[in-house]
Design a protein around this ligand. Structure first.
Ligand code: XIL
Length: 419
């Protein structure tokens, strides 16, 4: 049975991939994980922890077939994982006073077993709040609710998190505010300072995680996305200049197969992040084909072309450190489940937005990703980029920021006690 699955995967790859058969092996040294690691990048997926088999043997690889194909693909291909839903408020907070950590714990146990890193997603968002939130949260208790949640959740996994999406999707220009912040429940209850409150609480709870601001529709050079990207940068700059602990920008990268491609704008955001010493993570990549005509082959070609052009553009930037897709198989993607009309194809066909298809065979997007990883760290060093100013060893060390109101003095060295 296991051999049959492996054989099928090979056939599928051969059928859809235009490259030479020599490149069709996709495991071991030919995996995304191995190719990313060779160029110092992390690669991985959003996963459903419930589906991961904790008894899987990471060393056995695809040869034994003792693991289910979902678990095996995650082990073989990913060096970093994120929970698609299991670490959101709606999953972690059954009631206002309790926590349900079983699924999140499972993810951390699995990742440790398979020497994979974990991104935390997320600590503060306007969506997927539990039902009790609407009747319980008020102006009086929202600060405590937010800080206690962050202390408890980020504290529990402290030292084991690669990076936390501390605040997700806080910018929304259509809401009409001068600061372009979204009118989220957090903003309405706490005010704009909820953002720094969240970052400060996260830094206290987990001083090792890279604290990330994550957002979508900031990739393209359209008028809307250019404006939103500018506001995201302003927000991050304001936080950074005021000494709020923020270490990375997450660019979600939910892209479309039809329409314009990303270009100079996203590169300028990445380079502005570098000037502040910030990492960039491609956090939720997938390619939506709802508006693309044609069958599965046409979808695959268009999706792969977007992966290739996007990753060829962003991965060579030295401060881009990780790329994660939102799911990895079209058998389980929000784009094939979503109630949102923009996810559904008029012909009723399923979307194929990810590096593996419904049968867990690699799609052309897999090979596009792998090729982009291979060329990502060829020496393409832009000359107009400033050296990151931050002391890389200590992300909290003070450093000068243009426009900053003041930089705290360096710590006074303490005399060593004798004896
Ligand atoms: C999505 C999940 O994939 C769905 O299963 C869920 O129903 C809704 O949320 N931006 C984010 C992610 O930051 O958390 C969202 O995930 C996709 C958009």
């Amino acid at each position: 049975m296991a051999a049959a699955v492996g054989f099928q995967r090979c056939l599928f790859a051969k059928g859809r991939d235009s490259q030479s058969p020599a490149k069709l092996n996709v495991t071991g040294a030919d995996s995304l994980r191995a190719h990313a690691s060779a160029v110092g990048l992390q690669v991985g997926f959003a996963v459903v922890p419930q589906l991961l088999d904790l008894n899987a043997d990471p060393a056995s690889g695809s040869q034994t077939g003792s693991q289910d194909v979902y678990t095996r693909t995650v082990i073989e291909q990913a060096s970093i994982l994120v929970a698609e839903n299991a670490m959101k408020w709606s999953s972690l907070r059954p009631t206002a006073t309790t926590y349900a950590f079983d699924q999140a714990d499972r993810l951390f146990a699995f990742a440790a077993h398979c020497t994979q890193q974990v991104r935390g997603h997320n600590l503060c968002w306007h969506e997927q709040l539990p039902a009790w939130f609407a009747t319980t949260a008020t102006k009086d208790n929202a600060r405590d609710l937010l800080t206690q949640h962050i202390q408890t959740v980020a504290g529990r996994y402290a030292g084991r998190v690669h990076s936390w999406d501390v605040v997700n999707e806080a910018v929304h220009i259509p809401d009409g505010r001068a600061d372009c912040l979204r009118k989220s429940p957090w903003l309405e209850f706490i005010g704009p300072e909820y953002i720094e409150l969240a970052f400060t609480a996260a830094a206290k709870a987990d001083p090792q995680a890279k604290l990330t601001y994550n957002d979508y529709d900031i990739e393209l050079d359209t008028a809307e996305q250019t404006a939103k990207r500018g506001q995201v940068l302003q927000l991050v700059r304001r936080l950074h200049a005021r000494g709020i602990p923020i270490h990375a920008i997450g660019i979600q990268s939910h892209l479309q197969a039809s329409g314009p491609r990303a270009g100079a704008g996203v590169i300028s955001l990445i380079r502005e992040a570098a000037k502040m010493g910030l990492d960039v993570y491609i956090t939720e990549m997938d390619v939506n084909t709802h508006a693309l005509e044609g069958g599965p082959d046409a979808q695959d070609a268009a999706v792969a072309a977007v992966y290739k052009s996007y990753l060829d553009l962003v991965l060579p930037e030295p401060n881009v450190k990780a790329v994660l897709t939102w799911g990895f198989t079209s058998a389980r993607t929000w784009l094939n489940q979503s109630k949102q009309p923009w996810a559904l194809r008029p012909d009723g066909a399923r979307q194929r937005p990810l590096p593996f298809d419904d049968e867990y065979a690699p799609t052309p997007a897999f090979f596009a990703m792998r090729n982009s990883l291979d060329s990502a760290r060829q020496p393409v060093v832009p000359t107009d980029i400033l050296t990151p100013q931050q002391n890389q060893g200590d992300p909290y060390a003070p450093f000068a920021v243009p426009g900053s109101p003041g930089v705290p003095p360096p710590p006074v060295p303490q005399p060593k006690l004798q004896g």
